[in-house]
Design a protein around this ligand. Structure first.
Ligand SMILES: Cc1ncc(COP(=O)(O)O)c(C=O)c1O
Length: 379
């Protein structure tokens, strides 16, 4: 008998509407930016988030880069980011010449530790960029209060957050600016894509200009000006409507896609709770008032020595499991900024011990049972 196909860590779950949308976009002839599918995606996202002005971008990274440009981040500025994140969280601001300052994370949610934030804020801090790891909301109230006291902006890196909520508010609505990602690994994906959510109405018009090659083309499209002209340095961060056509199908099915992820997450919790407790393994848990976006299901192993072997044993049983972020302050770029071992001890410990299990809407119930059995046997 053929061995069952390996279970991948991530997979885009096609809804069936993507091809039809692509055909409509191709036949409609609007293949450039800001076509009908882009407008539909933006309206859908604004509705889901309960407000804000959403601008689709070519990636989550580009949404962060647009945020940095929009806040006039410049050499001499500092931007506080969690040491446990994807490189783009820091890189988007470093690209403008700012110095990332790395903040350690909370041991429970693995989100930026608000208790350590105050000490890192100074006269040069231009922004704080919290990340909702695994789609579980950060301590945004404390983070925002600390940023407000210093007159600095919060840019919410909600790349993993779409669909999650904190105290009734959607993740993606909690920063002055917020970045979303539609990378293939996310609940709704179009391969590579993202969005900037402009939650400060005063920044909307300039955000449109910077995203559209530094021009006022958006105002022209609304009939507010004649031929559009160059306003200031900007870039080309708006995606083709072909990508928006794929994304639109995904966003229209988002609640079903999230619902499936939620059921898998809950089954992992149920099947592994006792097993994990007996072995000193920690599983993710949402604090009161937080509804996760069900983006990552992680295990925190009691010791780093076990992880590589466990990944191999899971692979031998046809299950792809993986590590996640590496400490930003210890990366080559982080070390050039002065990062040293011991600067962010919680991040360093977590990065050595964290393991991700497959989590995507294509997993069937029998796949989930296979993953649980492989973990228990492979331990
Ligand atoms: C926290 C975080 N921020 C930003 C990004 C970058 O998003 P994108 O891949 O859409 O550029 C990622 C990617 O997964 C991420 O995990």
């Amino acid at each position: 008998m053929e061995p069952p196909a390996p279970i991948p860590l991530n997979r885009v779950s096609l809804t069936g509407a993507e091809l039809g949308n692509l055909e409509t976009a191709l036949n409609g002839g609007h293949l450039g930016a800001d076509g009908p599918f882009t407008r539909r995606c933006e309206a859908l996202l604004e509705e889901m988030l309960g407000g804000g002005r959403v601008l689709l971008t070519t990636s989550g990274t580009h949404a962060l880069e647009l945020a940095a440009l929009l806040l006039d981040v410049a050499p001499g500025d500092e931007v506080v980011v969690p040491a446990f994140s994807f490189p783009s969280t820091a890189s988007a601001f470093a690209l403008r010449g700012a110095r990332p300052v790395f903040c350690d994370i909370r041991p429970d949610t693995l989100n930026l530790d608000e208790a350590r934030l105050e000490a890192l804020l100074g006269g040069r801090t231009r922004a704080v960029v919290p990340v909702h790891y695994a789609g579980i909301g950060c301590e945004m109230e404390a983070i925002t209060a600390a940023a407000d006291r210093r007159g600095t902006s919060v840019v919410e890196d909600a790349a993993l957050g779409l669909g999650g909520r904190r105290h009734g508010q959607a993740l993606g609505r909690l920063g002055r600016l917020s970045a979303l990602s539609f990378h293939a690994t996310k609940a709704a994906g179009c391969g590579v894509g993202g969005a900037l959510v402009v939650n400060d109405p005063g920044l909307v018009e300039r955000a449109e200009v910077l995203r559209d090659r530094g021009t006022d083309r958006a105002r022209m499209l609304r009939g507010e000006v004649g031929p559009y002209t160059w306003q200031e340095p900007g870039s080309s961060w708006a995606p083709s409507d072909l990508l928006a056509a794929v994304l639109c199908a995904q966003l229209e099915a988002l609640s079903a896609l999230l619902g499936r992820r939620r059921r898998i997450w809950e089954r992992y919790q149920e099947a592994l709770a006792t097993w994990a407790e007996e072995r000193g393994v920690r599983l993710p848990a949402a604090p009161p008032g937080c509804i996760p976006a069900w983006t990552v299901f992680w295990l925190l192993l009691p010791d780093p020595g076990r992880r590589a072997g466990l990944i191999d044993r899971l692979a031998a049983r046809g299950v792809e499991a993986a590590v996640h972020y590496q400490p930003l302050h210890l990366s080559p770029a982080g070390r050039r900024l002065g990062g040293r071992p011991g600067d962010c001890p919680v991040t360093e410990g977590v990065c050595e011990r964290l393991l991700r299990l497959p989590l995507h809407a294509e997993l069937g119930d029998e796949d989930v049972e296979r993953i649980v059995a492989a973990l228990v046997e492979g331990w």
